[in-house]
Design a binder for this molecule. Sequence first.
Ligand code: SF4
Ligand code: SF4
Ligand code: FES
Length: 213
Amino acid sequence: MDIKLIIDDKEIKAKSGEKILWTALDNGIYIPNLCAIKEMEPPFGGCRLCFVEIELNGEKTMTTACSEPVQDKMRVFTNTERVRRLQLTAFELLMSDHEINCPECLGKENCQLLKIAGFLKIKLKPKRFRKLERNLMVDNSNSEFILDPNKCVKCGKCISESEKQGNKLLTFAYRGIDMIISTFDNMPLAELNKDILRECAVVCPTGALKEIK
Ligand code: SF4
Ligand code: SF4
Ligand code: FES
């Protein structure tokens, strides 16, 4: 069933139940996002970058656009002060343990962090949070791929992609602040299926998992 909603003063027709994020993006309205995968249900919701403000039946609330379905007569605001504040905090937190060396990074051509920093008009290096140097081991055992956990934003996209390809090659190891991206069973990258790794590298939004070309 089609419904009508307003996103930032733009009237939009959408399918009932579709998430705000995909409706906005399909209509040319950018909302920062890193961990959203369209077909994933329930959404992962880990990066907290996609906050929007919604108004429905006279009530205003903050929500993540990747998890909230559109509804008839809903109003969505993607750029209020509260929205920006939450997005800036989420971005700074993500960058607090991110190793920043863009000129040498294999992900620089299509880095979503650079895109989001540009959109939010913010520097990559966080101002409000102490920078954590993690110096995690880089897996460069495979001459065609690199896995650098220091550049991972824990979006889970590579894990989900490898599962979709029918072989769980990657996983998160440890929990909480220590969580890192890792190969399944700590296998060296050199021993993993290259065709699947290639697909995983394509969906990685940073320079953490990349094909060396
Ligand atoms: S992942 Fe992006 S922000 Fe991080 S070093 Fe690479 S290009 Fe820079
Ligand atoms: S390696 Fe890339 S795709 Fe995988 S979790 Fe980290 S940032 Fe996301
Ligand atoms: S894209 Fe919505 S929480 Fe990450």
